[in-house]
Design a protein around this ligand. Structure first.
Ligand code: AMP
Ligand code: FE
Ligand code: FE
Ligand code: ZN
Length: 281
């Protein structure tokens, strides 16, 4: 059986390993296939692809689209879509723009109480890439305010914090349509991870299924046993597949490559439905 971990992040979003290094580390972790799914950008695809022959691991190209449904944040994994699709590229550009405005506002609020500046945060984020709360966390850690990202999140970066500001994001049901129109395969990431905040109504997931959603991510460390059972039940009811993944972020999170995997048969369906090829060594 192939070992497939289809959800990871690099320095092109909020991971701490370069895209090529994610591919190299995937081989070291005993994976056969790794999915690179940076937030709202395909900027890491090329560098990751270049490392495939040397690393001897196959690359599933994807992104994790930030979405929002009536104030509920959701993440949509999108695989093997045409990277030059105008609708998706402009959607991702708009998310990245809004992320920058939002991060700037959060830093303004935080700088009243903590010694951080917008310039410091920008320097920690990928050039032209998505700025996220993890980069604000890194600036707070560098300033000595917190020991690590997790502590900064708990204290000041969660939605209930007075420093929190929202960013624009597309509706997840519409985003599913965009991904299919671009030849891609949409999978809803960690749909019952209540530790992240409020989760999507089952009705919205049903609408996403009608719009072409392929699968729900079940095995993810942010979902406990009861939440995974719930994902299974929803998937069965709606005729969706289930996946599993590490959501690796390098040193930014404790998640280890390969800690959760996706069944080979489900990976092969993603490959068959996607317009782009999987890149093999
Ligand atoms: P944002 O993209 O700005 O909404 O921030 C969300 C990102 O923060 C997620 O993609 C995670 O990578 C990261 N994150 C969320 N919670 C934590 C945490 N407790 N510790 C470290 N990183 C986190
Ligand atoms: Fe992240
Ligand atoms: Fe996510
Ligand atoms: Zn992720």
């Amino acid at each position: 059986m192939l070992r497939v971990d289809p959800h990871t992040h690099s320095t092109r979003s909020d991971g701490t390993d370069a895209p090529g290094d994610v591919v190299g580390l995937a081989r070291a972790a005993g994976l056969d296939v790794v999915g690179l799914t940076d937030h709202d950008t395909t900027a890491g695809w090329q560098e990751a692809a270049e490392r495939v022959p040397g690393a001897g691991v196959a690359l599933l190209r994807g992104v994790e689209l930030s979405c929002s449904s009536r104030g509920v944040s959701a993440h949509l994994l999108a695989y093997l879509f045409r990277p030059d699709d105008m609708v998706l590229t402009s959607c991702m550009a708009r998310i990245r723009d809004s992320r920058a405005t939002r991060a700037r506002r959060m830093v303004e609020r935080l700088s009243a109480d903590y010694p951080i500046t917008w310039e410091q945060v920008l320097a920690l984020a990928p050039a032209g890439g998505p700025v996220g709360r993890p980069h604000i966390a890194d600036a707070l850690v560098a300033a000595g305010a917190f020991p690590d990202r997790a502590a900064a999140f708990r204290a000041v970066l969660l939605p209930r914090s007075p420093y929190f500001v929202r960013h624009w994001a597309p509706d997840p049901v519409r985003a599913v349509g965009f991904v299919r129109e671009a030849g891609g395969v949409p999978v809803l990431a960690h749909p019952r991870a209540r530790e992240r905040g409020r989760v999507l109504d089952e009705d919205v997931i049903a609408d996403a299924a009608d719009a072409g959603l392929f699968a729900l991510e079940r095995d993810h460390r942010a979902q406990d046993g009861a939440e995974r059972a719930e994902v299974d039940r929803i998937a069965r009811r709606l005729g969706l597949r289930v996946t599993g993944a590490s959501d690796y972020h390098g040193r930014g999170k404790p998640n280890r490559l390969g800690e959760n995997l996706t069944r080979e048969s489900v990976f092969r369906e993603i490959e068959a439905q996607g317009e782009l090829p999987v890149i093999r060594p």
